[in-house]
Design a protein around this ligand. Structure first.
Ligand SMILES: Cc1ncc(COP(=O)(O)O)c(C=O)c1O
Length: 306
């Protein structure tokens, strides 16, 4: 999220979050006075759970700052009777996190020059994307869930601070202004939002059920309010060093924010390695979920025995 701002010559100020991932408002006030004139506040609805939107709107209005509603984790969902994403001065979202699409993004409240010509992916790129979709579908069908428990001989990576604050390797300048694949648009068109929402909520609740009984971990959000369509199931680990590595090596599709900008925020520092994101994607079925919960249980048992 920092890269595009840097790329456009802007400055980014990071502010601290509280343990529930809402802003530390007094610290945000300090941050605002330190940076002189701020243009916008970008605030994600982390993991699909809405921020206290009324408070955010009031703060932005008071300080004459635009509210950019970051819905990257909240493609769907309802807050106070209206869709998440309809509250900010503008909103951004990442369809590929919720649909089987490869690329593309959603912008609301931004009015690009629709007459300007923007490069579109060619036929070759479209066909490759179609092929990759089929390939991953076939892989899913044939995947055996008893994936190897991991090769402990391989290194588990190193922790380092990179002093170079340039554009990160995740940012691809070639994708600027590029239109989404037609295949991505089609996959959105043929998806059922209702089915996605129900399946994600069910999987989230299943994780909540099992994680609450496991030692050495605690769910970030212990409840799933009506209207929330979760992106992933975030779980704090007491001793993430070994458990995360073990789970990754076992083949679990889990993530964490290993690469974060250095900041004074204690919560984000802890979350970088200690908060893992478990999948509650609509494509996760019962068998996969029970395999993953067993792997998690084993990793946590090993972690607490070590
Ligand atoms: C909170 C948040 N905002 C924005 C983004 C950027 O989304 P995209 O990958 O569509 O650029 C991410 C990416 O994971 C994210 O986690």
């Amino acid at each position: 999220m920092i890269d595009p701002v840097v790329r456009l010559g802007g400055n980014v100020q990071l502010f601290s979050l509280l343990p529930d991932l809402t802003p530390d408002w007094p610290q945000l006030d300090v941050c605002l006075s330190a940076c002189g004139k701020a243009v916008a506040l970008v605030l994600p609805h982390y993991f699909g759970f809405p921020q206290s939107i009324k408070t955010v709107q009031a703060w932005c209005k008071r300080h004459q700052v635009a509210y950019v509603e970051d819905c990257s984790h909240a493609m769907f969902g309802v807050y106070d009777g209206a869709p998440i994403g309809s509250f900010g001065d503008c909103a951004i979202a990442s369809p590929y996190k919720f649909f089987a699409s490869e690329n593309g993004g959603v912008l609301r409240g931004v009015h690009p020059d629709i007459d300007a010509s923007r490069p579109a992916p060619g036929l070759r790129a479209e066909l490759k994307a179609v092929w990759r979709s089929w390939e991953s579908l076939l892989q899913q069908w044939h995947r055996r869930l008893s994936v190897s428990a991991g090769d402990d001989a391989s290194p588990c990576g190193t922790d380092a601070v990179n002093e170079d604050a340039g554009i990160s390797r995740q940012y691809d300048p070639a994708a600027e202004d590029m239109q989404a694949l037609r295949w991505s648009r089609l996959s959105l068109h043929f998806s059922s939002v209702g089915r996605i929402a129900v399946a994600r909520r069910q999987n989230y609740l299943a994780w909540l059920d099992v994680a609450s009984t496991m030692p050495g971990c605690r769910p970030l959000f212990r409840e799933l309010p009506a209207g929330v369509v979760p992106y992933m199931f975030p779980l704090w680990l007491d001793h993430p060093e070994r458990a995360f590595y073990r789970l990754k090596r076992a083949g679990m599709p889990i993530f964490r924010w290993d690469e974060l900008a250095v900041s004074d925020c204690n919560v984000s520092r802890a979350a970088r390695l200690g908060l893992i994101h478990l999948p509650c994607h609509q494509g996760v079925g019962r068998a996969e979920l029970s395999w993953m919960t067993e792997e998690l249980r084993r990793a946590l048992q090993e972690q607490s025995a070590a």
